[in-house]
Ligand binder design. Sequence first.
Ligand code: HPA
Length: 270
Amino acid sequence: MLQKIAEAVDFIKKIYNEKPALGIVLGSGLGSFVNEINIEKEIPYKDIPHFPVSTVEGHSGKLIFGELAGKKIVAMAGRFHYYEGYSSEQIVFPIRVLKFLGIDTLLVSNAAGAVNPNFKVGDLMIITDHISQLSPNPLIGKNYKELGPRFPDMSEPYKKHLINKVKAIAAEKNIKLKEGVYVAVTGPTFETRAEYKMILTLGGDAVGMSTVQEVITAVHMGLPVFAMSVITDVGIREDDTVITHEEVLQAAKDAEPNFKILICELIAQL
Ligand code: HPA
């Protein structure tokens, strides 16, 4: 594992040799965030040793290096999901590589379904905490102490100081924000009506098929995380509508302007 990380890092550094201050993982439908970046280098995942390759529509599959709000950043345009058939270890590999490229902060975004009855399509939700128990923990297996401890503390996976910064930015820019607990599931099915209710009962506000494994890995390595969901559908509903991936992508696109404002300003203030 350590060898694989080193090989990927060496390969990337031969192409782009500046230390990014932060990394951002772009979720479904949020890919056009890359237009905000003054791009210096793009590296397709398929070229990077040991990187998995993304298969989902709406996820293009490359690392983008460049400048945003005066900071050097690296964006993951496209991420890996358990439902694609990747192991947890493959899913989190890029996060480990970003850490060894030198990032000090990880920003994570995703599309999620609401179970909180006060949420609606298009809302932005700051993730304040998560429940990972419905998806496999990426740290199962040998622990590499060079990466982090066997039993990482998870009492504050999403850093309060970053959450508070974003809340202040939202208040100043008059952007309405929700906050809540993200429940990770494997997918690829959207939930049944009974499952959405179960997720609410468990203490969830939103549910999605990503993020938590990446965040656990970041916390393991001592990397501060901020994460935000775009609410793309409402799980608990009486009507007989169905949820489609196209709808999820469109809702995420619609919410993108406010997402961009918040994230760009957060990056400027870091
Ligand atoms: N459930 C799970 N994952 C999702 C959803 C959902 O309703 N919406 C977007 N990703």
